[in-house]
Design a protein around this ligand. Structure first.
Ligand code: PMP
Length: 401
């Protein structure tokens, strides 16, 4: 329709938007009480707003906090972040670091630099479709590789690439507490994925917003660490899940040879990441608040995940299958084949609970009977209430109500 009226670029037809993001605006318009399992947001009480508020008063009252920032990031934030990452699986050095407008901009920069129209890009299935949508905006052809409890099925990846008859230009992986499945890639698969990436000469995008939110099990080294400085690994990180998504601040970690290209691409996009919030985060890190904050969050998220799993067992028993993540924000729940979760969404919203339907996590819509539930945003009592409402909604749909 729009194409007949405007001289649009061909790529505009590949701009698919995000069902996930649109739920924020949809939910804001609802007047009734809704338990929110939809967006991947920390709960309001989980945001360290008191400390941030105090720091903001000092930081944001300085006039120089409102100037343009250096495109690679404000020196104070860069320094504080490097110090914070020191000793973690994401340790890095200044010439490899670029501050971005959230994780999404990191993904956009990566696909922008590496994807030409028609290039093959591997994504997980299910995946975070904002990421695959970004690849599509550069007219990638997607290959959806299934995920199981150990993350992307790397043996299937190899078979599927062989069948495709050409190497992928980029592989988009969310190796730890994957969005939406919660699954983490085993160490064996991580090694194998790096090997394949090297063999094919592909870019490996290591997108890991949740890795620091582990509440069970042992740490697994990041792809970044395992690849030991391989120029083909580009890491995308964000403060969205560990402090707050409205900040819109994240970072990219990449080979120094890519730094200037990343800066050029960012300058053509938004000049720099907003300075006041970079300063605020710098002050939060300098004050040593992040470690303490994460320790509290991990305990809260473990409780919330358990509350959600227990409520699901109580209300659904073996009618569903549910993943068992060791960190992050999400449970991935699969109903019987007769349940259409897109249809269920409307009913559930009316019954006072919101989730994201499974098909929103696959460009080919491979998951019509699954849902993603975010346990991070609600307290245990609300979680129990939300799961009870979900039971009511499923019953309504089954009765044709
Ligand atoms: N990658 C994944 C896997 C995510 O879950 C998210 C946020 N939901 C992002 C990237 C984007 O992060 P940001 O909000 O910082 O842009």
């Amino acid at each position: 329709m729009a194409r007949t009226r405007f001289p649009l670029a061909a790529r505009s037809t590949d701009l698919v938007g995000s069902v996930i993001d649109s739920s924020t605006s949809l939910l804001a318009k609802q007047q009734h009480d809704i338990v929110r399992f939809a967006m991947g947001s920390p709960a309001p009480e989980a945001v360290p707003s008191e400390v941030l508020g105090e720091l903001a008063r000092a930081e944001l009252s300085r006039p120089d906090a409102y100037d343009y920032a250096a495109s690679e990031g404000d020196p104070r934030l860069r320094e504080a972040l490097l110090a914070d990452l020191d000793g973690t699986t994401d340790h890095t050095t200044p010439e490899r670091l670029l501050i971005t407008a959230g994780g999404m901009q990191g993904l956009d920069l990566a696909f922008k630099l590496f994807v030409d129209p028609g290039d093959l890009v591997v994504v997980e299935s299910p995946t975070y479709t904002n990421g695959s949508a970004t690849a599509m905006s550069y007219q990638a052809q997607l290959l959806e590789v299934p995920v199981d409890d150990e993350g992307m099925q790397v043996d299937r990846l190899e078979e599927m690439v062989e069948q495709a008859g050409r190497a992928p230009k980029a592989i988009y992986a969310i190796p730890t507490f994957q969005n939406p499945s919660g699954a983490s890639m085993s160490i064996e698969r991580r090694h194998r994925l790096i090997e394949l990436t090297r063999r094919w000469g592909s870019l490996l995008i290591d997108d890991d917003p949740y890795g620091r939110l582990r509440f069970a099990g042992d740490d697994v080294p990041s792809l970044h660490e395992l690849a030991d400085g391989d120029p083909l690994v580009l890491s995308v990180r964000t403060f969205s899940k560990i402090i707050g998504p409205g900040l819109r601040v994240g970072w990219v970690e990449a080979d120094p040879a890519l730094q200037q290209l990343l800066i050029n691409a960012k300058q053509a996009m938004d000049t720099c990441t907003n300075l006041p919030l970079q300063r605020l985060i710098a002050a939060f890190l300098e004050g040593g608040h992040l470690g303490e904050h994460l320790a509290t969050q991990r305990v809260a998220y473990r409780e919330r995940k358990t509350a959600m799993q227990e409520a699901l067992v109580e209300h659904f028993g073996d009618e569903i299958r549910c993943t068992d993540p060791e960190g992050g924000f999400f449970l991935w729940v699969t109903f019987g084949e007769e349940v259409d979760t897109e249809a269920l969404f409307e009913r559930a919203l009316a019954d006072g609970v919101a989730f994201i339907p499974g098909n929103a996590f696959s460009p080919s819509k491979f998951f019509p009977n699954a849902v993603r539930l975010c346990f991070a945003s609600s307290q245990p009592d609300r979680i129990r209430e939300g799961v009870a409402r979900l039971r009511t909604a499923v019953d309504h749909v089954k009765q044709g109500a």
